[in-house]
Design a binder for this molecule. Structure first.
Ligand SMILES: [Zn+2]
Length: 375
């Protein structure tokens, strides 16, 4: 998901009716979903199809809060982000991040193994599903394929585990874990569901977000093949249902919060394959400002100059990490104004992908994982 902040603002200002508690059970019984498009938005009940056709397809970001019961998380989602670092609930102690990179020799040796060969094959398969809509049969089939592919990539190192996280909808999220000597966790993430603008439309989802999926999968391939043994535990998260309002990531981080997991960093990538500027863009709203600064340090050291932008409420899965109290950053292929025009349509195709961008993000991801594994 990516949104246009101005559109979201306009949409929100037109709403005056709060969700009426007296009818909530009726809305739930009717299968409606409660969504928010801004911190101040009290919420609106909409249909599953309406989420996609009236919001996602129109570039309006939202969070589906129907299943969120944690009052701290709901409070976080209802607090405006004025400075890129507001209301971070204290799930854990603050992390101090380095101001420079310090493992260049080890990182550069691993970076030499990054290649576009496997990402091209993987992205072709991902984009050949009619769509990867999270409630469709295709979306479930894409999940099965991805689970098997992640397991196959991880098999190079028997210490790596790959699990599926089941949700209230059929499409699972998938997590690969490279155990460290510490149980502290460093996470890279990407959603794998897609939409072409409705539940049934063709939705190849090449840039959004097959590109992010193959980027973190290539980083996993290189680390697994090298038998990399990190200090911190490394996790690769492939989320379901992002286009439905950050559903998979919400469930994963609600579980991590309730089980007291210590997460040092979450770096989310949503769109990594279309970049006319040739520069990675590191976004600055609804993120942890300290982790964002560290992310920029690592990106600048290993892949060159970066740009910045903001993408508003419900932009992507980093918002779920953040609202559950975990430090999160968002790394994208381009600034909003010059990003691909094809997302959430049948035209977000394999043919539009710029492979230099995919390789840049794969190198960044691998470098971040190696450097941050020493946090
Ligand atoms: Zn999207």
């Amino acid at each position: 998901m990516r949104i246009q902040p101005l559109l979201a603002l306009l949409a929100n200002s037109a709403w005056s009716a709060a969700a009426a508690p007296a009818t909530e059970s009726a809305h739930r019984a009717a299968g409606l979903r409660l969504i928010k498009t801004a911190p101040e938005d009290p919420g609106k009940w909409v249909t599953e199809e309406g989420k996609i056709t009236d919001y996602t397809a129109k570039g309006i970001g939202f969070v589906d809060i129907t299943d969120i019961t944690d009052a701290q998380v709901l409070a976080s989602l209802s607090t405006p982000d004025s400075d890129g670092n507001s209301l971070q609930i204290s799930a854990q102690a603050t992390v101090i991040y380095p101001t420079s990179v310090s493992h260049q020799t080890e990182t550069n040796a691993l970076l030499a193994n990054i290649s576009a060969t496997n990402p091209k094959t993987w992205l072709k398969t991902l984009t050949d599903f009619h769509n990867r809509y999270y409630k469709s049969t295709y979306g479930t089939q894409a999940g099965t394929w991805l689970f098997n592919t992640v397991k196959s990539v991880a098999a190079a190192n028997s210490a790596i585990t790959v699990t599926q996280v089941t949700h209230s909808f059929n499409q699972p999220s998938i997590i690969a874990k490279v155990p460290g000597t510490s149980t502290n966790i460093v996470i890279v993430s990407a959603h794998y569901d897609s939409t072409g603008g409705s539940s049934t439309a063709r939705g190849p989802g090449a840039d959004d977000n097959g590109s992010g999926v193959v980027v973190i999968l290539e980083a996993l391939r290189v680390l697994a093949s090298a038998g990399f043994k990190p200090k911190d535990t490394l996790e690769f998260h492939f989320y379901a249902g992002e286009e439905g309002g950050l559903l998979g990531s919400q469930a994963v981080f609600a579980n991590y919060k309730s089980t007291g997991k210590k997460v040092l960093a979450v770096v989310n990538q949503d769109m990594a394959g279309y970049s006319p500027s040739g520069k990675i863009s590191i976004y600055t709203d609804y993120v942890d400002s300290a982790l964002t600064a560290y992310t920029r340090v690592v990106a600048t050291a290993y892949v060159g100059a970066t740009t910045s932008d903001t993408c508003g409420y419900g932009c992507s899965d980093h918002a779920s990490a953040r609202s559950n109290g975990f430090p999160a950053a968002y790394v994208c292929d381009e600034q909003m104004d010059t990003s691909t025009l094809y997302i959430h349509s049948p035209n977000d195709s394999y043919a539009t992908i710029m492979w230099d961008a995919v390789l840049r993000h794969a190198r960044f991801t691998l470098a971040f994982l190696v450097e941050a594994s020493y946090l």
